[in-house]
Write a protein that binds this ligand. Structure first.
Ligand code: AMP
Ligand code: ZN
Length: 472
């Protein structure tokens, strides 16, 4: 089944075609580890997790890289204000490194609590300074940079088609940036690759470079690490929608300028989580974390379920009332699934065609730009389909949960730990046993019975033929 995804670059839904058959190279922008992730950030990571699961479900081998920003991200994405890491260290009277490791750890724990699969590698900016410097050198050699006031800037006027991702005019892009333009910038939209400015003289993390002691800008770190780990061509690059006009636009400019060709084929962006009373923002101080939701009595997977109910490309409003509704509906769903699993009493797959039909339907929806809402409808149809036995239902629920990641089958009950593979194996062995009995090969048939017993499968020779069940 072919996957269709919405590509911000072309502003359209496109068929996904990987660079290399069967493989996907995926880059997602990671957190700046100066504070806890808020639940808005986590919505974006859940969306990226679903994308990865859909790709893996479709048989792709996904190489996924996500950076950790532990230097160089100033308060404003357009190089203005204080360094966020330094702000965190000051706030907590700790070293930048202590802050960085503490919040990186907390972030990874959040991902685990939400059943978000960890990336293939999670490189830190501070451990890739040499790669960053090399990339800036390449840009300098190719004439894309200029130095002013000790900073190295990327000159966007040297790069053709700077506006292609955001699809905005220069005026519109500038309107979105801050009022106070750095007077050393030739174009207000130019951005810093290397900070050496005396404004940041006391910066805690500093490195030697061909342009003097300093530290890298934020945008360049993603390009450097993506190129290092994924090579010159990337299939999919993701982030939240706020990254479109500045961060991703700049990532494209510097990467394509350095590489001399198109860099990423598909750009995908998750819409924001908003609060009833406005935007969620870390710099404003008050923001909701996953631990806060846990303190309020919500299982992290209730939040995952909440997020999965809505399309990733639509803004989602958060409220405790709606989270409470999700909690109720997830509990009801879990109860239904437990009941199904506890009551598996028929150990046959009667209708393979029907199972396939449900799987195909589910597949069709998730491959339609990650339409999980319709995926849930298929799950509910399965649960209430009286023509399916409980084993067939369990097999389908387990399969769909590879995408949902809601631990539906962890509620598995003793002795009912049977899955599709096991059923297929049992049925294959039973056929072989029948064959050997027909051929009067009693030894073989006996061996198969023993083997099945070792798998906790009991065979019952009844008048209606051979039946089997899980040993009590
Ligand atoms: P940051 O740590 O600020 O770089 O953000 C981490 C990720 O969360 C990025 O992909 C952002 O685009 C995304 N993000 C930031 N705020 C929100 C929000 N309110 N809702 C959804 N995603 C967000
Ligand atoms: Zn990035």
């Amino acid at each position: 089944m072919s996957l269709k995804i919405y590509n911000t670059l072309t502003k359209s839904q496109e068929k996904f075609i990987p660079i290399e058959n069967g493989k996907v190279k995926m880059y997602t922008c990671g957190p700046t580890v100066y504070n806890f992730a808020h639940i808005g950030n986590l919505r974006t990571y859940i969306f990226e997790d679903i994308l990865k699961r859909v790709l893996e479900y479709g048989g792709y081998e996904v190489k996924h890289i996500m950076n950790i920003t532990d230097v160089g991200h100033l308060q404003s994405d357009a190089d203005d204000g204080e360094d966020k890491m330094r702000m965190g260290a000051k706030r907590e009277h700790k070293s930048v490194l202590e802050i960085a490791r503490f919040y990186e750890d907390a972030f990874i724990k959040d991902l685990e609590k939400l059943n978000i699969k960890l990336p293939t590698a999670v490189p830190r900016a501070t451990e890739h300074i040499e790669d960053i410097i090399n990339l800036i050198k390449t840009l300098e050699e190719k004439g894309y940079t200029y130095t002013a006031n000790k900073n190295v800037y990327f000159s966007i006027d040297m790069f053709e088609n700077y506006y292609k991702l955001a699809n905005l005019t220069p005026e519109e892009l500038q309107a979105g940036s801050r009022v106070d333009v750095d007077r050393f910038k030739r174009n207000p939209l130019d951005f810093v690759l290397w900070f050496g400015n005396s404004k940041y003289e006391n910066h805690i993390l500093q490195w030697d470079s061909p342009w003097g002691v300093g530290f890298p800008g934020w945008h360049i770190e993603c390009s450097a690490m993506a190129i290092k780990y994924l090579g010159e061509y990337v299939d999919i690059h993701c982030g939240g929608v706020d990254h479109i006009p500045v961060h991703h636009t700049n990532e494209i400019a510097q990467s394509e300028a350095a590489l001399g060709h198109k860099w990423v084929n598909y750009w995908m962006h998750g819409e924001f989580l908003i609060l009833d009373n406005g935007k969620m923002s870390k710099s404003k101080g008050e923001f909701l974390t996953l631990d806060k939701l846990i303190e309020e009595g919500f299982d992290p997977l209730v939040y995952r379920y909440y997020v999965l109910q809505s399309k990733y490309r639509k803004p989602l409003t958060f409220s405790y009332e709606r989270l409470e509704e999700s909690k109720k509906s997830l509990t009801a769903l879990r109860n239904k699934i437990s009941f199904i699993i506890e009551n598996i009493d028929e150990f046959t797959i009667k209708d393979k065609y029907k199972i396939k039909k449900y799987k195909d339907e589910f597949n069709k929806y998730i491959n339609d730009d990650l339409n999980l809402a319709n995926g849930f409808t298929v799950l509910f149809d399965v649960i209430k389909d009286d023509a399916l036995n409980n084993l067939e239902k369990k097999i389908l629920i387990e399969d769909f949960d590879k995408i949902f990641g809601l631990d539906f089958i962890k509620i598995d009950i003793e002795n009912k730990n049977i899955n599709e593979e096991k059923v297929n194996l049992v049925e294959k062995l039973l056929k072989e046993r029948e064959e050997s009995r027909k051929n009067k090969d009693w030894e073989k048939s006996d061996n198969i019975r023993k083997l099945l017993l070792e798998m906790d499968i009991e065979i019952l020779d009844t008048r209606q033929g051979v039946k089997w069940k899980i040993k009590e």
